[in-house]
Design a protein around this ligand. Structure first.
Ligand SMILES: [Zn+2]
Ligand SMILES: [Zn+2]
Length: 126
C-alpha cells in the first residue's frame, strides 16, 4: 500500500499532493512497464514474472527545478543486474531530483528556495 503525501513549503505556502511508495497493483509487471512507458521487449518480462529476475517497483518523489514542482514518478529496479528505470518530469521532460521522504524533507523549495519542506500523510492508495 502506498501513502498519499502532502508536501508543503512553510514559507511560500505552495503545496503538492503526491502518491508515494508501492501500491498493491504495482505487484504486476505489466502495470510497471506501462507506468514507465516501456515495451515488454525492453525488459526481461518473462523472467520478471517468475522472479528469476527479481525486481522492485515503487513511486518515488522528485523535484523538477525547471517547472518548480514536486511530483511522484515510477521507479523500477532489477535486483540482479542493478538496472534502473524511471521517468523524467511529466511536464517538461527534465531530469527529476529524487528526494527522501521523512518527517521533514531536507531540500530547498523549488518555488521560493527556502530550505526544508513539510510532509504530511493524508491517506493511502493501492
Ligand atoms: Zn517555498
Ligand atoms: Zn519539469
Amino acid at each position: 500500500m502506498g501513502a498519499i503525501i502532502k508536501i508543503s513549503c512553510g514559507n511560500c505556502k505552495k503545496e503538492w499532493t503526491t502518491n508515494w511508495g508501492a501500491g498493491y497493483l504495482y505487484g504486476s509487471v505489466d502495470v510497471a512497464i506501462e507506468a514507465l512507458g516501456l515495451k515488454k521487449e525492453d525488459l526481461p518480462t518473462d523472467k520478471m514474472k517468475t522472479m528469476e529476475e527479481p525486481w522492485v517497483f515503487e513511486n518515488k518523489i522528485g523535484i523538477c527545478d525547471k517547472c518548480q514542482s514536486v511530483q511522484s514518478f515510477p521507479y523500477l529496479k532489477l535486483i540482479n543486474s542493478g538496472k534502473e528505470y524511471y521517468t523524467k518530469c511529466e511536464v517538461c521532460g527534465n531530469d527529476l531530483r529524487e528526494i527522501e521522504i521523512d518527517d521533514k524533507i531536507e531540500e530547498k523549495c523549488p518555488v521560493c528556495g527556502n530550505f526544508g519542506l513539510d510532509v504530511e500523510r493524508t491517506g493511502y492508495w493501492d
